[in-house]
Design a protein around this ligand. Structure first.
Ligand SMILES: Cc1ncc(COP(=O)(O)O)c(C=O)c1O
Length: 383
């Protein structure tokens, strides 16, 4: 079929792209943009941006901490937490084997902070293998050969474990345990509000035994930019210095902080919709009953859905390409077949879908229709 004809059909049938790659792909809606437009601003380099100050005060209070600092990204929140808690170069930071800090932050701990990451196996729920953790923990001692543990980092919700929520008792116990050994605990809470909504408890309760927590305004909360790092006053003072040297100090950043304030006021409770939509898609995949494409419905707690792919002669990437493909030769008017679903390949056998505020009920139904269509074809082909 000619390109022109395809374009005509595409226009007529309105090919729809449903983007489930991440909750970072959202568009700020009109009221959020209005809040940004209306924001009172000043030079945050002098601490004079009233909107940034308000956002920092509000988030510190929400997390039950003394202070907070506004940052451009979640990565910077984690990096600064490691730099400040470690106090000096040469320390060791314990992280999970599937953590974002270990896998997706360019080794900033070593590249920039002069620290080494020590990985402990993540269990399926995002917690640590505790026997391995105890073996790897190295409190400060007299042996000059050994680096000692200067920080422990946990991730909540846990992205690559499939958006799992860390059990509150586990965080509490871990926090108390490391505190007795004079080791701080940092939570990469990029999606901690998903954990809060999932458990129905405030973020303050989740953060109670953590010395610092970072979270992202630009993920499920739907703001265009921004993350926050919270902790005690002296920690945040040092974090501000670290932000400066990393080039993360901004000026009239109240423009973006206003979106963050709007998100905290209006976009937290609605995260439950994303969790419900993830469940709806997972249930539909389970219903298909394909031996090739499966989900663990019981493990699904928030907005991140991992899909297991077991296909002979095809890997997870091939399946994700098929979900994206639209067959213009197909005369069927079923709109789901004219839907392109974008998702992320994690490895050869797993895919990730992330639900977010720009995915409507209709999008969910269309995505389910497309998944059923593609998986049905694969199953038929495999006999
Ligand atoms: C768990 C987790 N931590 C940190 C980050 C980093 O956030 P940013 O992209 O704002 O640097 C991400 C981003 O996806 C994440 O999923």
């Amino acid at each position: 079929m000619s390109l022109y004809k395809r374009q005509e059909i595409s226009k007529k049938r309105q090919t729809k792209v449903i983007d489930l790659r991440s909750d970072t792909v959202t568009q700020p809606d009109l009221p959020m943009r209005q809040a940004m437009f209306d924001a009172e601003v000043g030079d945050d380099g002098y601490g004079e941006d009233p909107t940034v100050n308000l956002l920092e005060e509000k988030t510190a209070k929400l997390f039950g901490k003394e202070a907070a600092v506004f940052l451009p990204s979640g990565l910077m929140g984690n990096l600064i937490a490691m730099m400040v808690h470690a106090k000096q170069r040469g320390g060791e930071v314990i992280v999970g084997s599937k953590s974002h800090i270990l896998l997706w932050e360019q080794g900033g701990a070593s590249q920039i902070a002069g620290l080494q990451l020590r990985e402990v196996r993540n269990m399926a729920d995002g917690t640590f293998d505790m026997a391995e953790f105890l073996e790897k923990l190295r409190p400060e001692g007299p042996d000059p050969h050994e680096p000692y543990t200067t920080l422990v980092c946990v991730e909540n919700t846990h992205n690559y474990c499939g958006g799992t929520i860390l059990p509150i008792e586990w965080i509490d116990q871990l926090g108390k345990f490391v505190k007795e050994r004079n080791i701080p605990l940092h939570m990469d809470g990029a999606r901690v509000f998903n954990a809060s909504v999932g458990l129905g408890i405030p973020v303050e309760r989740i953060a109670r035994h953590c010395d610092s927590v970072s979270f992202c305004l630009s993920k499920g909360l739907g703001a265009p930019v921004g993350s926050i790092l919270t902790g005690n006053k002296s920690f945040i003072e040092k974090a501000r210095r670290a932000r400066k040297v990393l080039g993360g100090s901004m000026r009239q950043s109240g423009i973006v902080a206003a979106a963050g304030l709007y998100a905290l006021d209006h976009c937290v409770d609605r995260l439950a919709d994303d969790h419900r939509n993830a469940k709806k898609i997972a249930s539909a995949i389970k219903e298909i009953g394909s031996p090739c494409v499966t989900v663990d419905l019981d493990a699904l707690e928030t907005n991140i859905l991992l899909v297991n792919v077991n296909l002979s002669g095809m890997n997870a990437g091939d399946l994700s390409s098929k979900l994206l493909q639209v067959d213009y030769d197909d005369d069927d008017d079923d709109r789901s077949r004219l839907t392109a679903v974008r998702i992320v390949q994690i490895n050869d056998t797993s895919l990730r879908m992330v639900l977010h505020k720009d995915i409507t009920d209709e999008d969910v139904d269309l995505a389910i229709g497309k998944i059923k269509y593609v998986v049905g074809k694969i199953d038929a082909h495999n006999g």
